[in-house]
Design a protein around this ligand. Structure first.
Ligand SMILES: [Zn+2]
Length: 385
């Protein structure tokens, strides 16, 4: 665990409710001296303050620690190919306000990041607060150390671009980037009190991505390509051309984009996947069948992964997860095709954090990134009135 991770754990606990040093030491299992040193660092940075004495249970009462920089904000951005959701979070990763804007990844990183930064500024103007850090979920593979997008199939012009640096230039605060499914997996894991230590989160929207939590940690793979189920070859996709340049990928039959295309080709005019979901809600049998088949195909592809990885939970998020027929189709395929040992106790559910999962994960990574910055004390002390 890095020093920033220890600090963020402590900060998160204090953000939930005021606690004493001894409670923190007991709960984290860290040495009291380590906890004290971290608290001093956070107090020097102006993030944490010491308040009144805690109710005594015998012995010397400890002082309660609370968040002092209550106006500190973390900007979180969940970016798709055509839309972006943005929000401001506090240190407990609560999304305090949010908005959505239309973008087009085809405009390239510079223009897109400029639009996103303008919207962050608008949110700050409307809701108040001091921006400390920003986290962005990107719809493609991201090298989380170099912060660059790597060979994204649906983001022409974004390869090797440091989106974090562009955001830092625009907003003047540290920025962190990661893949959208990774951040959704982390956000859902952190949001659930009963989360399994090993889980797979499927982000099913325009494409299909998965994020992996192994032993309570986000698993990114050796080259940040983990969880790429969207380009798995599936029989039913035959030789359909995929955005990655190959043929027969899951994406060509089970993604939101594929469903929209197929319905249009069969003469049912729909603009996007949200229109299809509206039709499902209205009981349209064709739309219902298309969504169920997408869920069935995902479940089929995912069954190999579940047998191999043996997760405790599979969470479904993204636009398609809003349809219960989709969740049910994935679940029934997994139960039918996986080994009984792999499905004993396996939960397959729509994500509890819903559409906010990615933003919550982004907030967590942005807070860790912030606390790992050198020169923390000078930068984040609350400005004097
Ligand atoms: Zn593909």
């Amino acid at each position: 665990m890095s020093t920033g991770d220890v600090a963020v754990g402590i900060l998160r606990r204090i953000a939930a409710e005021p606690v004493t040093r001894s409670v923190l030491a007991k709960e984290t299992g860290l040495a009291p001296s380590t906890v004290s040193a971290k608290i001093t660092e956070l107090m020097d940075a102006g993030l944490v303050q010491e308040g009144g004495a805690a109710p005594s249970r015998g012995g010397r009462p400890g002082r309660l620690l609370s968040i002092s920089y209550t106006s500190g904000r973390i900007a979180v951005i969940s970016m798709g190919a055509k839309h972006a959701r943005l929000g401001l979070a506090d240190f407990s990763r609560t999304i305090l306000c949010s908005s959505a804007i239309d973008i087009d990844v085809a405009d390239g990183p510079e223009r897109t990041v400029e639009l996103l930064a303008n919207e962050v500024r608008a949110l700050l103007e409307r809701d108040g607060g001091d921006l400390l850090s920003v986290g962005i979920c990107l719809p493609g593979p991201v090298d989380a150390v170099r912060r660059v997008v790597v060979a994204p199939s649906r983001m022409p012009g974004w390869h090797n671009q440091d989106v974090g640096a562009l955001l830092e230039k625009q907003l003047g605060v540290p920025a962190i980037t990661d893949n959208d499914a990774n951040m959704a997996a982390l956000g859902e894991y952190l949001s659930r009190a009963d989360a399994a230590a090993n889980s797979i989160t499927v982000l099913a929207g325009t494409g299909v991505g998965t994020g992996i939590i192994a032993g309570g940690e986000l698993y990114r793979g050796s080259t940040y390509a983990s969880g790429d189920i969207t380009h798995t070859k599936v029989e039913a996709a035959a030789d359909r051309m995929c955005t990655c340049g190959n043929r027969g990928c899951l994406e060509t039959i089970a993604s939101g984009a594929a469903i929209v295309r197929d319905l249009n080709q069969s003469g049912i005019k729909v603009g996007d996947i949200f229109e299809v979901l509206d039709m499902v809600r209205d009981g349209d049998p064709t739309a219902n069948g298309a969504i169920r088949e997408a869920g069935r195909q995902l479940g089929l592809a995912l069954s190999t992964v579940v047998n191999f990885f043996n997760p405790g939970d599979v969470y479904l998020t993204g636009a398609l997860s809003a349809a219960s027929v989709y969740v049910a189709a994935v679940r029934s395929q997994l139960y039918e095709r996986c080994l009984p040992l792999a499905t004993a106790g396996l939960r397959v559910e729509a994500a509890q954090a819903g559409g906010e999962a990615g933003m919550i994960g982004a907030a967590e990574l942005a807070i860790i990134h912030l606390l790992n910055q050198p020169g923390l004390p000078a930068r984040f002390t609350e400005p004097a009135e």
